[in-house]
Design a protein around this ligand. Structure first.
Ligand code: BGC
Length: 457
């Protein structure tokens, strides 16, 4: 296992730059998450014919990544609570590289499915660990923006995958589409070698001096002692047992986390991200080329709106963004359904879908991963995040495998209206249950849940 503390920041780097560089490097985990979930959309046509797959076999080859992600999400927290944030993220980067290469070189359906399952497991680990690591490294004031670099990287990964698919489509080179992920994996691994371990994890392991040094290396010269004292105070109150999550107080944090994770998916984001060409063709974009171009446009809007959210998240706060976003999503989904109902296809549907993406990208996209990294107690933060992240991937899988049949049975109008109603439910959920975490340290957030539990007892 790599030495977690003996590394030093590149010379001449200011502490502020160090925090930013740490977050940006770790966010490459998000880039791989986005790239590897989206790359399959353009690759599938080609490996279907290479391997002579039936439709059912193709569905298996495409969907298996989500099953892998569920496994990775479930195991990731347990691993990182024991082995550290840095070591597990580093190992995940290595595995991403190896399994992406394996996917591109696979010689038949069985090896392809196995490789994609393992890539999925890496995605699952990265999806929970990247925000968690960044959150534990960040000063409270700008934690929202730094952790949301992860979501920005996810969206960039999605667009890059669409672009690579598009560029390699003429050569039908599906193998290179998968192998291209090796490059960001190498950058992630190299960068992680130089980054410090999370001081909060070190404190939990009783490694005081190392924790203090790493707080200092992250630019908190003056606050380091105080931050460590705060961390140690809350650690003394924690049992470190998973069962702590089901006590009054943290029980509510579990509900909030799982609820947010599930609402992020059941309000329909991946029906657009994974099936945009199908939706656009249903809406009357007759040429596949135009539909694919429209999909790239959706990806770009997703990136740009995420940048807006990063600028707002530590000023406006998490909750206002969630409320505006869910309401906007509901309105746009209602409008897309209405357009289908009145046969106002084409651009009307496209505009509605684009605005829906904007509302997702300023709210449920970044805020969910951020809040999951903020609301759990330090000793079991990994395990608790695993639970919510597993729920996220499970809900993603349910929506993905049922969407085409929903379109078939309910039709486009009612399917989009169903997602609109679920977005209203998400808004009410946020209004009633979700606390504001802006500007508060992870320890203050933890203590507020503990007080809630005492007040209820
Ligand atoms: C979600 C993914 C989604 C992506 C789109 C992420 O926050 O977890 O399921 O594909 O955002 O930008």
């Amino acid at each position: 296992m790599p030495n977690t503390t003996a590394t030093h920041p590149p010379s001449g780097l200011s502490p502020k730059a160090m925090v930013f560089l740490t977050a940006a490097t770790a966010a490459l985990g998000g880039l791989l998450f986005g790239y590897d979930t989206a790359v399959i959309s353009g690759a599938q046509l080609f490996f279907k014919s290479s391997f002579h797959l039936s439709d059912t076999q193709l569905e298996l080859a495409v969907g298996v990544v989500l099953l892998g992600a569920m496994l990775g999400a479930a195991l990731g927290g347990w691993l990182t609570d024991r082995l550290g944030r840095k070591s597990v993220l580093l190992a995940t980067g290595v595995c991403f590289g190896v399994f992406s290469l394996w996917t591109g070189l696979s010689t038949g359906l069985a090896t392809f499915v196995a490789a994609r399952f393992l890539v999925g497991a890496c995605i699952g680990v990265a999806s929970m660990l990247t925000p968690l690591y960044i959150s534990e490294m960040s000063p409270a004031r700008i934690r929202g923006a730094l952790v949301s670099l992860n979501q920005l990287a996810i969206t960039v990964g999605i667009v890059v995958a669409y672009g690579v698919d598009y560029a390699l489509a003429a050569r039908q080179d599906w193998r290179m589409m998968f192998i291209s992920a090796v490059l960001p994996a190498i950058v992630l691994v190299t960068g992680m070698l130089f980054l410090p371990e999370s001081p909060r994890w070190l404190a939990k392991k009783g490694r005081r001096e190392d924790a203090l040094n790493n707080f200092r290396r992250l630019g908190r010269e003056d606050e380091a002692q105080q931050e460590l004292a705060d961390v140690e105070r809350v650690l003394r109150e924690e049992t470190g047992k998973f069962s702590e999550l089901f006590r009054p107080g943290f029980r509510i944090a579990v509900w909030i986390g799982v609820g947010l994770a599930v609402f992020q998916q059941i309000t329909g984001i991946n029906t657009i991200i994974y099936y945009a060409p199908t939706i656009l063709r249903n809406a009357g974009f007759s040429s596949a080329r135009v539909a694919i171009l429209g999909t790239v446009g959706i990806g770009v809007v997703n990136v740009l709106a995420t940048v807006v959210s990063i600028l707002l998240i530590d000023r406006l706060g998490r909750k206002p963004l969630l409320l505006i976003g869910c309401l906007g999503q509901a309105a746009m989904l209602g409008y897309v359904g209405y357009s289908f109902a009145h046969h106002r296809h084409g651009l009307a549907v496209f505009a509605g879908v684009l605005l829906y993406i904007v509302f997702f990208a300023i709210s449920l996209g970044p805020v969910v991963w951020l809040m999951l990294s903020e609301i759990y107690p330090t000793k079991i933060r990994g395990a608790a995040m695993s639970l919510a992240t597993f729920a996220n991937w499970f809900a993603n899988w349910v929506v993905t495998v049922t969407f085409l049949s929903l379109l078939d049975k309910l039709g486009s109008v009612h399917t989009f209206w169903l997602f609109a109603i679920l977005s209203i439910a998400a808004m009410l959920f946020c209004l009633w249950l979700v606390p504001e975490t802006k500007g508060r340290s992870l320890e203050e957030i933890e203590e507020s849940f503990r007080h809630l539990g005492r007040a209820k007892a």
